[in-house]
Design a protein around this ligand. Sequence first.
Ligand code: DHB
Ligand code: MG
Length: 234
Amino acid sequence: MSASLNQAPLPVWTAVDDYINAHYVQPDQILDSVLISAAEGGLPPHSVAPNQGKLLQILIQISKSARILEIGTLAGYSTIWMARAVEHLPGGRVISLEVNAHNAQIAKANIELASLSQVVTIMVAPALDSLDQLIQNKEQFDFIFIDADKPNNPNYLQRVLKLSHAGTVIVADNIVRDGKVTDAASTDPNVIGVRAFNDALSKISYVNSTQVQTVGSKGWDGFGLSLITADPPK
Ligand code: DHB
Ligand code: MG
């Protein structure tokens, strides 16, 4: 068993995801077409799984979040899941940051298809620049999903705190990376980024965090979950 954990995801994990989705995720032609557009556009298969998209949606509902920030749009798959959680709320909106103009073009078409253009804004620029602009504009968010280039995770964290208030929820994707996260000697910039993110996050007094490993159609990975417990210094 231990040897196989470092290899491709066991088909049974995908079968279990399919089983879960068959029970709890409604068939959805729009979301299906988002994934097709991503594949046809040559985007990497890094969209969250359907049951993970629904998890994001439920976390937004539990936390009564309305103002959502996403770092890393890709084709807009998770964007749509999150936007649907807030589209009918007062002040409900999603700002999603995407560096790649090709990705953003595909995502915008998908957001349009999902009739969410009034709710979602995609900022097309390096995310650090967009974050600095949001900070300058004194924007605040209730729920923040970090799912972009992992080497920048510590830099994203530093900025995201300035966009948070007491009660803000921060979710980070891909915090396990097939278990590579435990390798302190890793030279993989993604692993270094996730580890630096953890080292910084775990030292901040006003954030209450945990992480959970996951297996499923996306392989072996995990989500980080953080609650801001007091207004961060601005
Ligand atoms: C990668 C990035 C992701 O956001 C993801 O969900 C899976 C993999 C990657 O960069 O390899
Ligand atoms: Mg991801």
